[in-house]
Design a protein around this ligand. Structure first.
Ligand SMILES: O=C(O)CCC(=O)C(=O)O
Length: 333
């Protein structure tokens, strides 16, 4: 058990034992007790096992095997291909291309599509965000009023030798002008087997208990993809977990968890689909004077160009127009 868990146990010894949640390690050797009143990152629910709940509380993520069916994933793949072939136009969709990869999967004379962002207007892809089995888990972190705030289909291309397929270590909260952080969660589903070879997610467990750090473009020789900000000063000695996953496996993680992904050293494109959810009870914040000023500036410039709006669009507006209610009531966001 981690030192944090030991400290928690000492604190919990003062509380009423009868309402403790008991969890044991897979070997059955370590038994830990947790009290619902001090579980900060998860809400009371009947879905997460004590082990899963404690994994999220302590580590900031929980991996659920086989959550999305092959059939659904194949449908998302089909929708992605139609977009790449320009057979459909999706309002608001952002198609990102890798800085270095000139060989596209489907359209040979184009740079590779590395990511689709903001697919909320594509009914087929957006089905992912409303899948009941995903929302059941999301509710454990957000509560019943759920907004899908940020959607992505990530298509990590085979690296061309410049290491541009890496995603620098970052915290997703850097991009979000809404709080509280604990009521935001990301679901990330592997659309095929993901391994260290093709650039699986890498997480630094427990970093969700820290603060939002300063982010900027990394100084990488081979170039860096647009909007791929990274943390400059994370501890390189911090233990890392490589999340190798099968098709359909889904990881839920906290927006302060430091994570990234490695180079794709295979010949194939590595696909994943993801959505950031927030409780609709969250509220917008003003990021002036914070570490998020740089991303606010960049996002506003892009939005002003895209919608020809000049200075009138705010960072918060760019989120409010993209957010979609997927469960409950739209109370605030
Ligand atoms: O799928 C990946 O490679 C990493 C995605 C990610 O962390 C992000 O887009 O914020």
């Amino acid at each position: 058990m981690s030192r944090a868990a030991d400290r928690l146990k000492v604190f919990l010894n003062h509380l009423d034992r009868s309402s403790f949640i008991q969890a044991s390690s897979t070997s059955g050797q370590n038994v830990a007790y947790y009290h619902p009143q001090v579980l900060r990152y998860t809400l009371d629910n009947d879905l997460l096992t004590p082990e899963q709940r404690i994994s999220y509380e302590e580590n900031g993520f929980v991996l659920i095997k086989n959550l999305v069916s092959d059939e659904d994933i194949d449908r998302f793949r089909g929708a992605f291909e139609r977009i790449c072939r320009r057979e459909v136009q999706v309002p608001g969709l952002v198609v990102m291309r890798d800085v270095a990869i000139s060989r596209s999967e489907f359209v040979q004379d184009q740079k590779a599509v590395s990511k689709l962002q903001d697919f909320q207007e594509d009914p087929e892809l957006f089905r992912y965000c409303s899948l009941p089995q995903i929302l059941k888990f999301v509710e454990c972190f957000t509560g019943p009023n759920i907004m899908a705030m940020h959607t992505m289909l990530i298509n990590k291309p085979p690296d061309a030798g410049k290491k541009t397929s890496r995603h620098p270590m970052h915290q997703d909260l850097h991009y979000f002008p809404f709080r509280p952080a604990d009521r935001i969660v990301c679901s990330w589903t592997a659309m095929e087997r993901v391994t260290r070879q093709n650039g699986c997610l890498v997480v630094l467990p427990s970093t969700h208990t820290g603060i939002l750090k300063e982010h900027d473009y990394p100084e990488w020789e081979g170039g860096v993809n647009k909007m791929y900000h990274g943390i400059r000063d994370f501890d390189p000695q911090h233990p890392r977990v490589h999340l190798e996953m099968e098709k359909g496996d889904t990881v839920f993680f906290h927006p302060l968890l430091i994570h990234g992904s490695g180079m794709n050293q295979t010949e194939g494109f590595r696909k994943a689909i993801s959505c950031h959810y927030a409780s609709s009870d969250c509220y917008y914040i003003d990021v002036r004077g914070t570490t998020q000023e740089n991303i606010e500036k960049e996002v506003k410039e892009i939005a002003a160009r895209k919608y020809d709006l000049g200075d009138s669009i705010t960072f918060q507006d760019t989120w409010a127009v993209r957010g979609r209610l997927v469960q409950g009531d739209r109370t605030s966001l």
